[in-house]
Design a protein around this ligand. Structure first.
Ligand code: DUC
Ligand code: ZN
Ligand code: ZN
Length: 501
C-alpha cells in the first residue's frame, strides 16, 4: 500500500456533482486516492463531522493593483492571499492592469514578480486591457495568452479604462482566435456621466447618489450592447459582477438562444441593498461599488440565476480601499460620490457567506455551492481538472469545512488590511477549520503556516467555452477573418458575405 504524506479521514466529501463519505490520501502536492477507507498517512487529519471541499477559487479580486482612478488598495499579495486562505480559498486570480499609455507586457511582468514573491496560495492573474494599439493587441496580448494567461477584462465605463464599441470588436475577434475569455465590466459610461453631472450640479454629493448615477438601466443597456457585439464573431464573453435584474434578464434571454455569454455575481449583491449607502455622514461610502448594490427583488433574481445556471460563478470582487484619504475619502468629509474609490473587501468572507446564506438557508445545495465557489471557476478559466476537483491527480487544495461553526464577522478578526468589513457584526454558520494548499496544511487552529512566495503560478489552458465542439456561424467566420485581415473564405461563403461589403 502506498504511503501517503497526508490523509484526511472520516469526512464527508462534497464536489460539484455529489456528496459522499470518503477519505483522501495525498502524496506531495497532489491527491493520490479518494476511497471509502484509507490507512493513516505520515500525517493524519481527522475530518469526522466535517465536510471536505475543494478549496475555493476566487477569479475576481483586486490585489496590489492601482485602480483606474489611481487608488491603491490596502492589500498586497501576501495579506490578500493570507486572508483568502483563512476563508477557505486556495487559489486567487486577480488582475494585472494596463493603464493608458503603458505596456501590457510590462504590467504583466511587474505583477508576476509581486505575486511570486508574496502569495501563500497558488494563483494566476487576468489582464486588464485598456489600449487596443497593434503592440498591445497583436504582440503583447497574444504572447501573454499563449503563456497561460487565458482571460482578460475590459471596461465599458471608467474614463481612464473604458474602450469603445469598435475597440470591443477588435478585442473580441482577437480573443476568439486566441481562445481567451473576455470579462466585461458592462455599464454605460455616458448615462452614468450624464446623471452624475446633474446630481453634482444640484449639490447631491452624498454616497447614496452613487447608486442613483449608476442606474440599473446603464448596466442593462451595456450588457445588452456588449452581448450583441460579441455575436458578430460568436465570441464568448463573461459579464462580471452582475447586479441588476434587467441585466440578468438580458443574459438569460441571450443564453436561451444559444449566445455564448456567461455571468458572475458577488456576495454583496446577494446580501446587501442600496439602503446601505444611505447612512449619516460618509459611512455609506463603504458600500459604494460598481455596479452598485440594488434592491431585494434583484437579490432574489440573482439567487434564482445561480440556481438555474444563468450565472456560473460567485467571486468576491475584493477591492480593499481603506476608509480614509487613500481610498474611500480622498477629500475627507468633502468627498463626493464621484471621487471615492469603488469597491469593498470580501475575499475571506466569500465562502462562509455563500455557505451560510446559500446552503444553510436552503437556497443552494452543497454541490451547487461547490460549483459556484470553486469548480465552475476552474472550468471557466482553464484550470480544471487540476483545480476545483477532488479526484486523484488533482492538486491537493482542500478546505476541511465545519458546517456548524458560527463566526461573527468583524474587521478585526478578518485578515485583510482594509480596516472595515461591510458585514461587521454579521453572524455566519460554516467556516473552514483546516485549509490545505498543494498538500501543505497552511491554516489550522486559526494559525497560518505558509511562507510568502510559497504559492505557485498556475498557467491556464483554454477557458470552458473553447472546450466544446461548437462551430461558429458563417457570419461569425466571415467577420472574424475580416477583423484579422485574413482571406474571407471561398465559394458560397465568400460570395454570400464578401459581396455585402
Ligand atoms: N467595481 C469595479 O469595477 N472594480 C472594483 C470594485 C468595484 O466596485
Ligand atoms: Zn468591474
Ligand atoms: Zn472588480
Amino acid at each position: 500500500m502506498t504511503a501517503f504524506d497526508l490523509t484526511i479521514r472520516g469526512g464527508t466529501v462534497a464536489t460539484d456533482q455529489s456528496v459522499f463519505r470518503a477519505d483522501i490520501g495525498i502524496i506531495g502536492e497532489r491527491i493520490a486516492a479518494v476511497e471509502p477507507a484509507l490507512p493513516a498517512g505520515l500525517r493524519d487529519l481527522d475530518a469526522s463531522g466535517r465536510l471536505v471541499l475543494p478549496g475555493g477559487i476566487d477569479t475576481h479580486c483586486h490585489v496590489e493593483q492601482r485602480s483606474g482612478m489611481g487608488m491603491m488598495g490596502a492589500d498586497d499579495w501576501y495579506s490578500a492571499s493570507v486572508s483568502a486562505a483563512f476563508g477557505g480559498t486556495t487559489m486567487i486570480v486577480p488582475f494585472a492592469a494596463q493603464h493608458r499609455g503603458t505596456s501590457l507586457r510590462q504590467a504583466a511582468h511587474d505583477y508576476a514578480a509581486l505575486a511570486a514573491a508574496k502569495s501563500v496560495i497558488d494563483y494566476s492573474y487576468h489582464l486588464i486591457v485598456s489600449e487596443t494599439d497593434p503592440t498591445t493587441l497583436h504582440e503583447d496580448l497574444v504572447e501573454l495568452i499563449r503563456s497561460g494567461i487565458t482571460s482578460f477584462k475590459v471596461y465599458m465605463t471608467y474614463d481612464a479604462l473604458k474602450i469603445d464599441d469598435a475597440q470591443l470588436l477588435d478585442v473580441f475577434a482577437l480573443a476568439t482566435r486566441e481562445r481567451a475569455l473576455v470579462m466585461v465590466h458592462a455599464e454605460n459610461n455616458d448615462v452614468i456621466r450624464w446623471v452624475s453631472q446633474r446630481l453634482l450640479e444640484r449639490g447631491h454629493t452624498a454616497p447614496k447618489f452613487h447608486g442613483t448615477s449608476h442606474v440599473a438601466l446603464a448596466e442593462a443597456e451595456a450588457t445588452h450592447r456588449v452581448i450583441r457585439l460579441s455575436t458578430l464573431f460568436d465570441a464568448p464573453i463573461l459579464i462580471v459582477h452582475v447586479s441588476a435584474s434587467d441585466a440578468l434578464a438580458t443574459i438569460e434571454a441571450a443564453r436561451r438562444i444559444g449566445t455564448q455569454v456567461y455571468g458572475e455575481t458577488c456576495p454583496h449583491y446577494l446580501l446587501l441593498t442600496a439602503d446601505a449607502m444611505d447612512q449619516p455622514g460618509m459611512e455609506g461610502a463603504k458600500y459604494c461599488c460598481s455596479p452598485p448594490l440594488r434592491d431585494a427583488a434583484a437579490q432574489e433574481a440573482l439567487w434564482r440565476a445561480l440556481k438555474d445556471g444563468v450565472l456560473q460563478v460567485v467571486s468576491s470582487d475584493h477591492a480593499p480601499y481603506r476608509f480614509d484619504r487613500s481610498g474611500k475619502l480622498p477629500y475627507g468629509d468633502e468627498t463626493t460620490f464621484k471621487q471615492m474609490a469603488n469597491g469593498m473587501p470580501g475575499l475571506e468572507a466569500r465562502l462562509p457567506l455563500l455557505f451560510s446564506e446559500g446552503v444553510v438557508k436552503g437556497r443552494l445545495t452543497l454541490p451547487e455551492f461547490v460549483a459556484l465557489s470553486s469548480t465552475n471557476h476552474a472550468r471557466m478559466y482553464g484550470i480544471h481538472p487540476r483545480k476545483g476537483n477532488l479526484s486523484a491527480g488533482a492538486d491537493a487544495d482542500i478546505a476541511i469545512w465545519n458546517p456548524d461553526r458560527q463566526v461573527t464577522l468583524t474587521a478585526h478578526a478578518l485578515h485583510d488590511r482594509t480596516g472595515y468589513t461591510p458585514y461587521e457584526g454579521t453572524r455566519v454558520t460554516g467556516w473552514p477549520d483546516t485549509v490545505v494548499s498543494a498538500g501543505r496544511v497552511i491554516v489550522e487552529h486559526g494559525v497560518l503556516d505558509a511562507a510568502p512566495g510559497s504559492g505557485r503560478f498556475i498557467p491556464r489552458t483554454a477557458p470552458l467555452p473553447f472546450t466544446t465542439s461548437r462551430q461558429p456561424s458563417e457570419q461569425a467566420r466571415f467577420y472574424r477573418s475580416l477583423a484579422l485581415g485574413q482571406q474571407a473564405g471561398g465559394g458560397d461563403f465568400g460570395a454570400a458575405y464578401g459581396n455585402a461589403i
